[in-house]
Design a protein around this ligand. Structure first.
Ligand code: FAD
Length: 89
């Protein structure tokens, strides 16, 4: 589902039709979902999942920062809300 949504956003972006709100939604939702999945993966691996020597720990750390850089997800929510407030939708 995430891949399909991202592909749609890329297509809209390439066509110059991707709205600020939808771009913010994709950044917010995709990075939250990525983090949730990786956090479950760390849990599944137990202590090994937390050790830097294992790929899953690195993937978790990479997923964690996605919610911060490129604009934090709190700011994404603000952009989404502001867009809806302006259009009245
Ligand atoms: C590994 C890494 C690479 C980076 N690379 C780049 C880069 O290449 N180019 C670049 O320009 N920047 C880069 N950054 C910076 C990144 O974009 C900022 O860290 C990010 O935008 C958040 O800003 P900040 O760190 O100042 O946090 P702050 O703005 O201080 O935010 C701290 C906390 O307060 C919350 N917050 C702030 N304002 C509000 C608000 N109005 N409402 C609700 N919550 C709020 C935030 O969501 C966050 O949880 C990078 C950061 C990292 C960690």
């Amino acid at each position: 589902m995430a891949r399909a949504f991202l592909d749609q956003c890329i297509a809209e972006h390439m066509a110059g039709k991707l709205s600020v709100e939808k771009a913010a939604m994709s950044k917010y939702w995709l990075t939250e979902t990525q983090f949730e999945v990786l956090d479950e993966c760390v849990q599944l691996h137990g202590g090994y999942g937390y050790m830097a020597e294992y790929a899953v720990a690195e993937m978790w750390a990479d997923a964690r920062v996605q919610r911060i850089y490129g604009g934090t997800n709190e700011i994404m929510k603000e952009l989404i809300a502001r867009g809806f407030a302006e259009t009245g939708q």
